[in-house]
Design a protein around this ligand. Structure first.
Ligand code: PLP
Length: 388
C-alpha cells in the first residue's frame, strides 16, 4: 500500500534516488544474512551487487541474456570475421532435467539451445554429467556458455551439486547462474547454509523472498558478480533518461527488462525490520518442522511412501503401487475443495507435492490435511479391493 501511495515510478536513479539506494542497501543486508561472498555485494565500491526483479523467470532471463552478450563479444573478438548470428547458432546452455520450466522459456526467448541433463538418484545434477555434456558439445563445434544450477528444484526440492558444477563452469569460462527461487530463503539459517556452498563460483544468483520470506509478491532478489556484464547487455541511453549523476550511481534500468520500477525494496525493508533475522529463521524452521511432521504421518501409514528426501517445506508422497492410484487420489483430494496440491513426475513416478508455504500454517492444519488425504485414500483403496 505504501509503495503504491508514494507513487514512485523509479525510471532512473534521478527519478527516485531513494528507490535505488534503499534497494542496494537492503540487498546487501539480505546478502549478508545469506553469507554471500563479498564480490556479490555492492558494498561501497563493489563490482557486483543486488537488484530486485519481479520473478525468478525474469532473473534467469536477465542472467542468460547477459551471458549471451558476453560470449558473443568474446567470440567476435577472437574471430572478427564472425557475426552475432554465427556465434548464436553455436551457443548451448545447460540445466538439469529437474530445472524449472522458466529456464526453457529463457532459452526460447534468447534463441539458444538448452540441454537438460540427467540427475543422480537424489535428482541432483553432478559436475561429471555437466562436463561430459560440454565436452561432447565442444567436439561438435558448439559453444557452452551458460549453466543454471538449481538449489531446491520444483518437483522434489533437490539440490544440484554446486561444489562440483562451479569449478567446471569456471574452468570453461562459462556463466553460472544459481536458481534458488524457493529454497534460497532457508539459507539465512546456519544449518541450511552449507547447501549454498559453491555460490562463490556463481556469476549470478536469485531467490524469491515472495515465496518463503514473508514478502508479498513480487520480489525476486538477484545478485551478480559483475554488474558491468549485465549493464552491457541492457544499456540503452536515450536523451530523456539522462541525468547529472549518470555513471556515478546505480541505474537499475540497465539491470532489468522493463524501464520503470516499483519501490519493492520498501517491502523487504519492512519485513527485515519487523521480523529480524531471528524471526525469519524461526519462520523457516517452523515450516520445515511442519513438513517433517507431515512426513512422519505419511510414513506411519504403510499404504503410502515418501518419494524424495524431505529437506525443506516440501513432501513428495504417493500411494504405493501404480501411478494411476496416486493420480486418482490427487484428483479426489482436490475435488473436496478443502486442500489443493499439484503433482510432479520424478522420472516415471507420479508423486503428490505437499508444500507448506502459508504464513499461518499450524500443526492442526497438517493433521487436518492428512485426515482428508487418508479419507480419500480409504475410499480409493476400498474401491480397488472391491474391484471398482
Ligand atoms: N525456479 C524454481 C526452482 C521455482 O520453483 C519456480 C517457481 O515455482 C521458479 C523458478 C519460477 O518462479 P517465478 O514465478 O518467480 O518466475
Amino acid at each position: 500500500m505504501l509503495c503504491n501511495a508514494l507513487g514512485c515510478v523509479g525510471f532512473s536513479w534521478a527519478a527516485s534516488p531513494a528507490c535505488t539506494e534503499l534497494e542496494t542497501v537492503v540487498l546487501d543486508w539480505l546478502g549478508k544474512m545469506l553469507q554471500l561472498p563479498e564480490h556479490l555485494l555492492a558494498g561501497t565500491a563493489g563490482a557486483g551487487g543486488g537488484v530486485i526483479q519481479g520473478t525468478a523467470s525474469e532473473a534467469i532471463l536477465v542472467a542468460l541474456l547477459s551471458a549471451r552478450t558476453k560470449v558473443i563479444q568474446r567470440e567476435r573478438e577472437a574471430d572478427p570475421e564472425s557475426s552475432d548470428h554465427d556465434v548464436m547458432k553455436k551457443l548451448v546452455a545447460y540445466s538439469s532435467d529437474q530445472a524449472h520450466s522458466c529456464v526453457d522459456k529463457a532459452a526460447m526467448i534468447a534463441a539458444v539451445k538448452l540441454r537438460k541433463l540427467p540427475t543422480d538418484s537424489d535428482f541432483a545434477l553432478r559436475g561429471t554429467t555437466l562436463s561430459a555434456a560440454m565436452e561432447e558439445d565442444k567436439a561438435n563445434g558448439l559453444i557452452p556458455f551458460f549453466s543454471c544450477a538449481t538449489l531446491g528444484t520444483t518437483p522434489s526440492c533437490a539440490f544440484d551439486k554446486l561444489l562440483e558444477i562451479g569449478p567446471v563452469c569456471c574452468e570453461e569460462n562459462m556463466w553460472l547462474h544459481i536458481d534458488a527461487a524457493y529454497a534460497g530463503s532457508a539459507f539465512i539459517c546456519p544449518e541450511y547454509r552449507p547447501l549454498l556452498d559453491g555460490v562463490e563460483f556463481a556469476d549470478s544468483f536469485n531467490l524469491n523472498p515472495h515465496k518463503w520470506l514473508r514478502v508479498n509478491f513480487d520480489c525476486s532478489t538477484m545478485w551478480v558478480r559483475n554488474r558491468a556484464d549485465v549493464v552491457d547487455a541492457f544499456n540503452v541511453d536515450p536523451l530523456y533518461l539522462r541525468h547529472d549523476n549518470q555513471g556515478l550511481v546505480t541505474d537499475y534500468r540497465h539491470w532489468q527488462i522493463p524501464l520503470g520500477r516499483r519501490f519493492r525494496s520498501l517491502k523487504l525493508w519492512f519485513v527485515l525490520r519487523m521480523f529480524g533475522v531471528k524471526g525469519l529463521q524461526q519462520y523457516i524452521r517452523k515450516h520445515v518442522s511442519l513438513a517433517k511432521e507431515f512426513e512422519s504421518l505419511v510414513l506411519s501409514d504403510d499404504r503410502f511412501e515418501v518419494s524424495a528426501k524431505v529437506v525443506m517445506g516440501l513432501v513428495c508422497f504417493r500411494l504405493k503401487g501404480p501411478n494411476n492410484l496416486s493420480e486418482r487420489l490427487l484428483q479426489k483430494i482436490n475435488e473436496t475443495r478443502k486442500i489443493f496440491m499439484v503433482p510432479a513426475k520424478l522420472r516415471d513416478t507420479y508423486v503428490i507435492r505437499f508444500a507448506i508455504c502459508a504464513a499461518t500454517t499450524e500443526s492442526s492444519d497438517i493433521v487436518h490435511a492428512w485426515n482428508i488425504i487418508r479419507e480419500q485414500a480409504d475410499e480409493i483403496l476400498t474401491g480397488v479391493k472391491n474391484g471398482i
